[in-house]
Design a protein around this ligand. Structure first.
Ligand SMILES: O=C[C@H](O)COP(=O)(O)O
Ligand SMILES: CC(=O)C(=O)O
Length: 208
């Protein structure tokens, strides 16, 4: 699957920052059961790599990727642990080269038109728009829809249950990313049924 196919699988990509290794698998199972199979594990915690590997091994219906991929050296490791894609808040030439060499689908982050154009020159058609809400949100996406007509975005950052549907209604939004479907309090309480309900609600959002 390429990144277009992966981002087409579900309207919402849960962005997960996992603090305890034991949380990863039940959290992933709850999200997949709720209808959100594409999961982004951010590499922001000591346990992220371990959680990524466990989910890749034990939750076969999940399409698990790594987020907060900042340097090329991480690419080989996440792929070896079972990541199906890489996400970054931005992009660098080294990350583009490393993910292409590895054949690992990559969702690079952009915040400006010029960044989007540079990635389009490299062949990317699906980009993460990060941080979506502070960087212009719905208004930015609407404004770039005509000039960047060939590009689709996965806005992430500051999106919640109250705004996700409005983003998904835009023709240049393929999916949205966010942490709201796995609130830290629910994870701390191991309230997997609450997370499954939040995922089920998010999986019902309609795309344009
Ligand atoms: O850095 C944050 C992640 O991209 C998710 O953002 P969020 O917590 O605003 O949904
Ligand atoms: C911001 C985000 O989702 C990432 O760190 O990849």
């Amino acid at each position: 699957m390429d990144i277009s196919a992966i981002t087409a699988l579900a309207p919402v990509i849960p962005v997960l920052t996992i603090e305890r290794p034991a949380d990863g698998v039940p959290l992933a199972r709850a999200l997949v059961k709720g209808g959100l199979p594409v999961l982004e594990i951010t590499l922001r915690t000591r346990t992220a790599m371990e959680a990524l590997e466990a989910i890749a091994k034990e939750v076969p219906d999940a399409v698990v990727g790594a987020g907060t991929v900042l340097v090329a050296a991480q690419v080989e490791q996440i792929q070896r642990l079972g990541a199906k894609f890489a996400v970054s808040p931005g992009s660098t030439p080294d990350l583009v080269t490393a993910t292409k060499a590895a054949g690992l689908p990559f969702l690079p982050g952009v915040q400006t038109v010029s960044e989007a154009m540079l990635l389009a020159e490299q062949g990317y058609r699906v980009l993460k728009f990060f941080p979506a809400a502070p960087a212009g949100g719905l208004a930015w996406l609407k404004a770039v829809g005509a000039p960047l007509a060939g590009l689709r975005f996965c806005p992430t950052g500051g999106i919640g249950a109250d705004t996700a549907q409005a983003y998904l209604a835009l023709h240049n939004v393929t999916c949205v990313g966010g942490s709201w479907v796995a609130p830290a309090a629910a994870v701390d309480a191991k309230d997997w049924s609450q997370i499954e309900r939040l995922a089920a609600a998010a999986s019902n959002y309609k795309r344009s």
